[in-house]
Ligand binder design. Sequence first.
Ligand code: SF4
Length: 499
Amino acid sequence: MATDAGRGDALFLAVGAAAGAFVRAIDALELEVLPALLIERVLTEVLAEGVANPGHAAEAGGLRAIYTPSALWAPAPRLVWWSFVGPGEKVANTTWSRAEQAVLAAAGVELESAPEAAVRISGGYADAVLRVGEQALFVRPALSGAAETVAHPLEHQLHLMIEQAGKLVRWRAERLLAEPAAQLAQRVLPRAAVDIMDAPAPRARWRVPAAGLARLANRRESATTLGRLLNCQLSWFAQDVLRLRAGRFAEIPEANQLFGNLAHEIVNGLLPPGPPPAVADIRSRAVELFEKLLPRMAAPLQQPEFAGELAAARERVPAALEALVQILHARGLEVVGSELDREGEVGGLALQGRLDLLVRQGAMPAVIDLKWTSSARRYREEIAEGRAVQLAVYGAIAEPGTAATGAYYLLRQRRLFAPRGSLLAEEDIEAVRGLDETLHEVIDDVALWRSQLDGGNLLATGMGEAADHRPSELMFEAPKEPCRFCDLTGLCRVGVEAL
Ligand code: SF4
């Protein structure tokens, strides 16, 4: 409020009021130390409905919206007074002390008294009505939240004038539901029956129109799109071929994503192509870069609710980088590059991807994919079960003509996972198939799914009877919970009982 310095910036004051509510809540807690989570909860309460911008009124069509009746300064043919409910505009309390008022009066400054303000406000109501040339519609809801509304002060004034007219001017909105052709404000509002239709039934098999198939021309798959295809053909087709996406507000990525982005950028900055940097000062350089990048790339992580995670990441990210550089030295690996865009074609399948880190031991290339995750098991199992599609794809496109091996480097845990026998292998992980074999099985499965699609059929894996329609030759097993992370549950209606 002090910063506003009497300028009366309505939005600034609204934010100030929310901040005031927050301070009052914190005062009421009377705690010496406030846990971050508690502060977060108080903030959530205070901002539950957000802070509306008082200077911004939503408008649509040919309407001009104003907030206060006295803002109507010119004649208007029609007036719709929405939310015509009491108690009306309040007279603001004076912020001047008596002594200040005396000083101002002595200097010839006359402040508006409360009775004068009341006259001005009610005059504004009457003025607004008097400027209307044709129609005025006052809309009063029966309830405001759970409470009954009270009459607007102007309604009391109008009452004497319109009492005689009775039903001619008072109109209950329920009539819209009861009358086949209600007449309101010189318009007829007809009521008509609407056919009730059954919602489409969920089904495992979908037919694809020819126009949809045309979208397959010149397709290039990435590890992400292949992962989606192996999980559910319908989800892949809708999201990756037709590019259907769930609508989202612009949102800040979640904490893990931000930590991951930060760690990737630090690796990118400190591992230039060539021999790995010296181990001696890599940690301090990583700490320095972390602090420099944090406010630029991941400012939300500086919020109090992430204090614990941020403190841990400040320790873990530089330590992870140090451990990675030690591995590079120990294995005689040289950095080829980081964040590299690569494309390639294997077995007729066009592929693309962005490699986090490409290294080389002599003539042998290897891809290291960085992960900021709490689930080390998931990546270990992927490799052991021969499902590491990402490593298989990256290995195939890393260097033309050479198949590169690959590994996941888990930054939080400082663990490197690669199949046994790989030049990056650190822990003993026996894979049921190598990355090369995984890639060829991916290619074969893609071809099978493609032949289904050429026949115009798509399969929604999450449907109960989908198993009956899966090609029996597929190498990748049906996923256990295909719909868990899918955005299309509403579209394909999985989980809706068939009628
Ligand atoms: S919700 Fe399940 S069945 Fe439907 S498209 Fe997604 S993964 Fe496939």
